[in-house]
Write a protein of this length. Structure first.
Length: 572
């Protein structure tokens, strides 16, 4: 197809982009949905003119059209010229300018008037992932229509379609005005609003709701959508914690050097849409000043959650105020931390809150020594025996080895030859990181233990392409079977799911890896244009190679037998 003015002579939004996504030309309709004059769009990256939540999708769309040289489609949410954003089904394909011979990418909106529901697919997926419910409000009929989302939220509303007059009596009298204002809001995105809602079977629920105005397609109808979140359990825990805080009067603990005082942060859904797994952020909730714990997590019975507990040991005074702990007049502060994963009711587990409320981590921490040197010596004895099995000597001088990492980096930056001490330091740092991020049931995930963030890149999953293989590649040859134990264990847990992937997607025996996973679940759950994990048919052989490598480095046949058993379905 030749790129020409004909491609922009459309009623619907259209633009021509360079192969790196910069706008070369566009029509008036595209400028309108981008909500800026056409001359301000020229020379800008297409994705940069979209809302932040849409930029990755836009870049993926253009990138696929460039790499695959085929048609690519995505639903994108544009700013829009009015009070509503504009959802459009955008097609991207490579074209050639007949005059210059330049290859360009033509992006244009498709006519979706006969299938407006297709524009809601990303919206529905995002709400489901974020444990939110999705509904649409008709101002003409004054009715609510349930569109899907998290099943637990959907269960609160038995009628898929109901007039507002039928819903209103179930809302607390003090909150009915807020609901009326919510559905009457003229803003593109309303603030989150708290609503108390009486369900048929289990009483009052604390809900949070937000409305968004979206135009379905260029020139299409404008609709009011609502997202709703059930904060009942979260609010109950917050009330219990506040009551405990009130009982502790002034929040100061003075009954001995080893008495614990701490606030208790909890994870709550973010208040911006779309709320996906990576959008969750830490909120702060004051806890009982005498419990001695920082608790991270959200004990939902139906999901996998994590709890983290930190005990503060000090000879100073610990003061709790507004969910924060201050230690004053102290000569030492020792923090002792433990974490625990709860599987919830998923896969036959027990309710997560049931385990959470047993205070198991608090009990374990109470049994630990509070002498720092005792704890350090125990750690050093175990880890140094593993760490020192292998040495790496490039002939660096003792003086260089004594320098800080910052000094070595500065020297390397100004030197045209390698600084031996720096490369020795890198080798030992790698061993330390591998050892510190491994245990008997876990290999290092994508970013290891030291991210300092709950919203890490790529969700911090195990990525079963090149990442995990490279992360553990030194485990066998570096004589660290303790660090490899978690890798072997995880692969054994993934086997049945990998076999299911092969059977369901290809109708064959054998194993097909899951692409990425946060834990011991191996089912493929992420299939898209950019990461077609379903076609990585050689992934399992790569994951099994360290089993064979273990035999080659240790002579232990148990892992090699595991490879043979695992690969048998591939050879029949």
């Amino acid at each position: 197809m030749d790129a020409s003015d004909e491609l922009l002579r459309k009623h619907d939004p259209a633009a021509l982009l360079t192969l790196d996504g910069v706008i070369s030309d566009l029509n008036a309709a595209m400028a309108s949905v981008l909500d800026r004059p056409a001359e301000q769009c020229l020379g800008c990256r297409f994705g940069d003119l979209l809302p932040a939540s849409q930029r990755m999708s836009a870049e993926s769309l253009v990138g696929h059209a460039v790499r695959a040289k085929t048609v690519a489609m995505r639903v994108l949410d544009f700013p829009g010229p009015g009070r509503a954003s504009v959802a459009c089904l955008i097609e991207a394909r490579q074209v050639k300018d007949a005059a210059t011979g330049e290859h360009l990418v033509w992006v244009h909106s498709l006519d979706a008037r006969n299938d407006l529901t297709s524009l809601l697919i990303p919206f529905r997926m995002a709400t489901t992932a974020g444990d939110l419910g999705l509904w649409m409000y008709s101002s003409r009929e004054h009715s609510l229509e349930w569109l899907g989302g998290a099943p637990a939220v959907a269960d609160l509303f038995p009628d898929p379609t109901a007039p507002l007059s039928r819903v209103m009596p179930s809302v607390h009298p003090d909150d009915r005005g807020a609901l009326q204002q919510l559905v009457s809001s003229v803003s593109a995105r309303s603030p989150w609003t708290r609503l108390r809602y009486l369900t048929e079977h289990d009483g009052w629920h604390e809900l949070a709701a937000q409305t968004l105005r979206i135009q379905l397609g260029y020139g299409g109808p404008e609709r009011i959508f609502g997202v709703v979140r059930d904060d009942t359990k979260y609010e109950k825990r917050k009330k219990r914690a506040r009551a405990a805080l009130a009982a502790d009067e002034d929040g100061t603990v003075t009954d001995g050097a080893d008495t614990e005082a701490i606030g208790s942060p909890t994870v709550a859904p973010s208040t911006t849409y779309p709320t996906t797994y990576s959008d969750w952020q830490n909120g702060l909730l004051a806890g009982n000043g005498k419990q001695g714990v920082i608790v991270f997590g959200n004990p939902r019975n139906d999901t996998v959650v994590f709890e983290g507990v930190t005990r503060i040991v000090t000879d100073g005074t610990k003061t709790l105020s507004n969910g924060q702990v201050t230690v004053s007049n102290a000569s030492y502060v020792l923090l002792l931390s433990l974490t625990q994963r709860y599987n919830g009711t998923y896969n036959g587990g027990v309710p997560a809150e049931q385990e959470w409320n047993k205070n198991l981590l608090q009990q374990k921490l109470a049994g630990l020594s509070t002498n720092y040197q005792t704890l350090l010596n125990r750690h050093v004895a175990k880890h140094s025996a593993i760490f020192n099995r292998v040495s790496f000597d490039l002939g660096a001088t003792p003086a260089d080895r004594a320098k800080s990492t910052e000094q070595l980096l500065a020297e390397q930056k100004s030197s045209s030859t390698p600084v031996p001490a720096l490369y020795e330091r890198m080798f030992y740092a790698g061993r330390y990181h591998l050892l510190g991020s491994s245990n008997e049931t876990a290999a290092p995930d994508l970013l290891g233990n030291w991210t300092g963030d709950s919203n890490v890149g790529w969700d911090g999953y195990y990525h079963l392409d090149a990442n995990l293989n490279l992360q553990i590649s030194s485990g066998n040859i570096g004589s660290m079977p303790e660090a490899m134990a978690g890798y072997f264990w995880l692969n054994q847990q993934w086997q049945k799911d990998f076999e299911t992937n092969a059977k369901k997607l290809f109708g064959t025996r054998g194993m097909l890896t899951g692409g990425n996973t946060p834990n011991a679940e191996g089912l493929i759950s992420n299939i898209n244009y950019d990461y077609p994990y379903q076609y990585v048919t050689g992934g399992e052989s790569w994951l099994l190679y360290p089993f064979w490598e273990y035999y080659e480095t240790t002579g232990d046949r148990t892992r090699a037998k595991r490879v043979r058993r695992s690969s048998e379905p591939l050879h029949h």
